[in-house]
Design a protein around this ligand. Structure first.
Ligand code: SF4
Ligand code: FES
Length: 239
């Protein structure tokens, strides 16, 4: 017998073992998320997918679906919390959207639009971060990394390479490249790696091409993230 829970009043079927996020995605219901990709084991790090399940705040991407659970996601207070989280992500890094090649194809930007974030209410930290242009085919821009760990998981679990890692904790956490030099060019990172395709922002960008698809005609320029889904599933639309 198929079990169900409710999401903002809608009946969502699920299989045993599925999370709230898995079942919602399968039913075509969007819960904002950044660090989740169904291909990889969930990390639960961005907290954007936090919903209220029977009155308790839980991450939808790590919480199992249960029969009769009443889940709230699209409420004014939960969306306000998401806007605050998004604002923090924008001020912690250097996200200069108008000058970014990923604009319009960026999941962070798209989720921010979806959640109604208009401007950050916090002071920009403007951290000083390096750019790694050492790889012949890819540039790594640490300014835009939101520490979702998707490249870490993809390189380790799909590519069996372990090119990326996270070092440090809390505000000191940062992305690293697993090479003695710390440079992407000194790894076996390859354009065909899954890790080359999963970054939701413009932190891992291909070289030798830019603005192939004009601004205004990109993935999230055409439809909101709630209808289009994750940018990692739309590589063909970016070239
Ligand atoms: Fe996530 Fe991209 Fe940063 Fe990797 S480089 S942790 S995929 S934001
Ligand atoms: Fe669930 Fe990031 S998508 S915590």
């Amino acid at each position: 017998m198929i079990e169900h829970f409710s999401l903002d009043g809608k009946r969502i079927p699920f299989q045993p073992g599925q999370t709230i996020m898995d079942a919602a995605m399968q039913a075509g219901e969007y819960i904002p998320h950044l660090c989740h990709n169904p291909e990889f084991r969930p990390r639960g790090s961005c907290r954007l997918c936090v919903v209220r399940a029977n009155g308790r705040s839980v991450a939808a991407c790590t919480s199992p679906a249960r029969e009769g659970l009443e889940v709230e996601s699209d409420t004014p207070d939960i969306q306000a919390d998401r806007r605050s989280l998004l604002q923090m992500l924008f001020v912690e890094g250097n996200h200069l959207c108008p000058a970014c090649e990923k604009s319009g194809n960026c999941q962070l930007q798209a989720v921010a639009y979806y959640c109604g974030m208009l401007a950050p209410d916090f002071t920009h930290l403007y951290p000083v971060r390096e750019l790694d242009g050492s790889h012949p085919d890819f540039v790594l821009d640490f300014n835009r990394c939101i520490l979702c760990e998707l490249c870490v998981r993809a390189s380790r679990d799909a590519d069996a390479k372990g090119v990326f890692g996270i070092s440090g904790r809390g505000i000191g956490a940062h992305l690293i490249v697993n090479a003695p030099s710390g440079k992407l060019g000194d790894t076996d990172f390859d354009p065909h790696d899954r890790a080359a395709q999963v970054c939701p922002v413009g932190a891992i960008l291909p070289k030798h091409k830019g603005y192939d698809v004009p601004i205004g005609r990109r993935i999230y320029d055409r439809k909101p993230v709630s209808l289009v889904g994750d940018v990692a599933d739309h590589q063909e639309d970016m070239s």
